[in-house]
Ligand binder design. Structure first.
Ligand code: AMP
Length: 129
C-alpha cells in the first residue's frame, strides 16, 4: 500500500482539499509554494500513463476543478502543473500557484509551514470547491 493510499484510507492524516468517489486532493507536505496541492486517483496506480483512459481523463477533469479553487483561494498569477513521481509510486498531479517560473523548481529548498497555516490554506481552497 502506498503512503497516498494510506492517506485515502484515513490511516495517515492529510490536509484534504477535495475528494469525490474516485479522486482525492490534498496539500503537499513539503510545498514548493504556498497552496501546492497533489491530486491523485484513489485507485493505486504507479504511473500516470498506466491509467486507463476514463480514469486518466477523470483525473485531469478533477484536477481542473481543484486548480480553479486553488487559483481563487491563493493569490498567484496562474496554476502551474507538474507530474514527477520520483518519490511516491502512486500517480499524482502537482498543482502549484505560480508567481514566478522559479516557483515550479522542485530542486530548490521546499517550504515547511506551520500546521495551522497548512490547515487554513486547505480550508480556504476547499471553501472555493
Ligand atoms: P514525486 O513522487 O517526485 O512527485 O514527489 C512526491 C511528493 O509528495 C513530494 O512533493 C512530497 O513532498 C509529497 N509527499 C510525500 N509524502 C507526503 C504526505 N504524507 N503528505 C503530503 N505530501 C507528501
Amino acid at each position: 500500500m502506498t503512503i497516498f493510499s494510506r492517506i485515502v484510507a484515513g490511516e495517515i492524516p492529510s490536509y484534504k482539499v477535495a475528494e469525490d468517489e474516485n479522486y482525492y486532493a490534498f496539500l503537499d507536505i513539503n510545498p514548493v509554494a504556498k497552496g501546492h496541492t497533489l491530486v491523485i486517483p484513489k485507485r493505486e496506480v504507479n504511473y500516470l500513463f498506466e491509467l486507463d483512459e476514463d480514469e486518466y481523463l477523470g483525473l485531469w477533469a478533477f484536477a481542473r476543478k481543484v486548480a480553479k479553487a486553488l487559483e481563487a483561494a491563493v493569490p498567484c498569477k496562474r496554476i502551474g502543473v507538474a507530474v514527477l513521481g520520483m518519490e511516491v509510486p502512486h500517480c499524482h498531479i502537482h498543482l502549484v500557484p505560480l508567481n514566478t517560473e522559479g516557483d515550479l523548481n522542485f530542486a530548490k529548498q521546499k517550504l515547511t509551514l506551520p500546521a495551522e497555516e497548512m490547515q487554513a490554506i486547505a480550508a480556504a481552497i476547499a471553501a472555493k470547491m
